[in-house]
Design a protein around this ligand. Structure first.
Ligand SMILES: Nc1ncnc2c1ncn2[C@@H]1O[C@H](COP(=O)(O)OP(=O)(O)O)[C@@H](O)[C@H]1O
Ligand SMILES: [Mg+2]
Length: 295
């Protein structure tokens, strides 16, 4: 093998801060670092299967997928996953794997998998009739209705009134989106964000919010280090393993019945995590990728 070539895969025309850190860590370790926009990656089916970047030949040993881009159609999602899947088939080591990314991005699929594994998650359903949304709200009391694929706390609403749940879900269904509806978990003004790389929990932070029940850092939460108990560690590692991820950010709430996993992010942002813990995940992620390539 010549010099190992590693890509950081994103869609943003401007390199984001987490991508910048990853690229730097790759260069620091004397590998060649490429920033790749996912829309420019393609497989040309000719007399063989030809990986191209902006139409040019491309050699790659590994890649860290940071984002699939802002996806608006099924076709776009499928194309991007297809290309990544073929990269993987040709021996390019991708973290996370396209399959893992797809399953985690789909909050429904990931909760089904976690539940099947026996891990604690809130009561959740995805429905396509407003009647069911109304029934579930009556049954669960407070619910949150969120995009099946979403992030940063955007577009999530809390609803306590079954009639409002009916109206909200009707309008979501009118744009042909299924309705993800989840029991609201009473939590102590904070939740926990944990970062896992490989089989190691790097650490965790409380995300504390006095003004909003959404505790995303993007919603203005402050952060504070969490002591990682063995319970939190085991829970996080089994969730990440269940979803087949190499690195992840977990959102965990502390309910009266114990921890519940809200979601597992396959391309987590870590700015708040780093502020709270002083830990920089980028180096761990790059080292994990190299280890996998060498295996
Ligand atoms: N079922 C719930 N009960 C209580 N709080 C919730 C629930 N679902 C989401 N939240 C709050 O909203 C935030 C964002 O929800 P999350 O499911 O992580 O979506 P996103 O992908 O937008 O981060 C969580 O960090 C949490 O503070
Ligand atoms: Mg979240």
């Amino acid at each position: 093998m010549g010099q190992i070539r590693l890509g950081v895969i994103h869609e943003s025309p401007k390199v984001t801060e987490s991508s910048r850190q990853l690229l730097m860590c790759i260069k620091d370790r004397n590998y060649s670092a490429l920033y790749l926009r996912i829309s420019k990656l393609s497989v040309w089916i000719t007399d063989h299967l030809d990986i191209r970047y902006s139409g040019h030949d491309m050699q790659l040993d590994g890649g860290i997928i940071r984002s699939l881009g802002f996806i608006t159609t099924t076709e776009q999602l499928v194309k991007r996953i297809d290309v990544l899947q073929e990269l993987e088939n040709q021996g390019v080591v991708l973290i996370n794997s396209p399959k893992g990314i797809l399953d985690s991005r789909d909050k429904y699929q990931s909760l089904i998998k976690l539940k099947r594994r026996g891990l604690p998650v809130p009561e959740t359903a995805v429905v396509e009739t407003p009647m069911e949304a109304m029934m579930l709200t009556r049954e669960w009391g407070n619910v949150v209705i969120k995009p099946v694929m979403g992030s940063l706390g955007l577009g999530i609403v809390r609803v306590g009134d079954p009639d409002i749940a009916f109206r909200v879900s009707k309008s979501i269904l009118s744009i042909n989106q299924p309705v993800y509806i989840q029991k609201y978990v009473e939590k102590p003004g904070r939740d926990i964000r944990i970062i896992v790389v490989g089989d190691k929990v790097l650490g965790g932070v409380y995300r504390i919010n006095q003004t909003s029940w959404k505790t995303n850092v993007a919603q203005g939460s402050t952060v504070q280090t969490v002591k990682i108990t063995s319970e939190l560690e085991e829970l996080s590692l089994s969730a990440v393993e269940t979803l087949g991820l190499d690195y992840a950010g977990l959102d965990i709430v502390e309910s009266s019945e114990g921890y519940k996993i809200l979601e597992v992010n396959a391309s987590p942002l870590w700015e708040g995590f780093t502020r709270g813990t002083g830990i920089l995940p980028a180096g761990y992620i790059v080292d994990h990728l190299i280890k996998k390539i060498r295996r």
